[in-house]
Design a protein around this ligand. Structure first.
Ligand code: HPA
Length: 283
């Protein structure tokens, strides 16, 4: 195969420079990556001997502009496991191209992570999922109309046609269930529909998503899981239901309230991530 097929493509260019910039600052070799959604930054406060790198100091890394997203990579230890924590992520709805949205995950993959824990806030389509409920994602529907894997395939990252049968690792979900049980935190499982946004869905769209088999809806996570699975990284995705999806209750969806509920439930979600990471690091 020629260089153009094997080497970096335009969508993955810049990964080596970013990896080199991080390696110039630390010799830590992270095993587990964590992506923290809105309002979950407190998890990173527990990282031991943290090195905090603002995204702006890492070449090629997109800024995160969403409210409640800090925009810092934190490298350090957690419960004996070397971790790399992304405080804040980029979203497609910000106008960031899909390959850029997953730039950070690919950099962490190149740094050597074998596991990725993703967190997010989402709307509950299944009416039994009340605001504040935590859910381990069991599968997804990609309705964002794009994928970070579109374009020439970079064979150094992974195969052209990655398998997604177990995108949300069943073994990791079992570890998450066990961790939640130890903590006395209820944890459901459900299918996550990824929506482009930035507008919340219409009630008709939510009825459609329900008919398609979705339990949750949100605007993140799926591009990152696609990039991670492409690289063979095992994923655990934990959602916090912040609101009933559009039309489920006779009330509008308010972003301020989404952040408020997220903040209240963040304690449990952070506790769960803390409890599960040592298990992922040794599995
Ligand atoms: N829809 C999409 N994304 C979301 C929602 C929602 O209802 N709540 C939080 N993120």
């Amino acid at each position: 195969m020629n260089e153009a097929v094997l080497g970096a493509t335009s969508s993955t260019a810049g990964l080596d420079e970013a990896v080199a910039a991080i390696r110039a600052r630390t010799s830590l070799e992270p095993r587990v990556g964590v992506v923290l959604g809105s309002g979950l930054g407190t998890f990173a406060d527990a990282v031991e001997e943290p090195l905090e790198l603002p995204y702006g100091e890492i070449p090629g890394w997109p800024a995160s502009t969403a409210v409640g997203h800090a925009g810092t990579l934190v490298l350090g230890g957690f419960g004996g496991v070397p971790v790399a924590v992304m405080k804040g992520r980029a979203h497609l709805y910000e106008g960031v191209p899909a390959a850029k949205v997953v730039f950070g995950v690919r950099v962490l993959g190149r740094l050597g992570i074998e596991s990725l824990v993703l967190t997010n806030a989402c709307g509950g389509i299944d009416p039994s999922l009340e605001p504040g409920t935590l859910v381990a994602i069991s599968d997804h529907l990609n309705l964002q109309g794009t994928s970070p894997l579109v374009g020439p395939n970079d064979e150094t990252l992974g195969p052209r046609f990655p398998d997604l049968s177990d995108a949300y690792d069943p073994g990791y979900r079992a570890l998450a269930r066990a961790a939640a049980e130890r903590l006395g935190i209820p944890l459901s499982e459900g299918v996550y529909a990824a929506w482009l946004g930035p507008a919340f869905e219409t009630p008709a769209e939510i009825r459609m998503l329900r008919a398609l088999g979705a339990d949750l809806v949100g605007m993140s996570t799926v591009p990152e899981v696609l990039a991670a699975r492409h690289m063979g990284i095992r994923c655990l995705a934990l959602s916090c239901v912040t609101n009933a999806a559009a039309g489920i209750l006779p009330e509008p969806i308010d972003h301020e309230r989404v952040l408020e509920v997220g903040a209240r439930a963040s304690g449990d979600l952070v506790a769960l991530v803390r409890e599960v990471i040592p298990a992922l690091g040794s599995s």
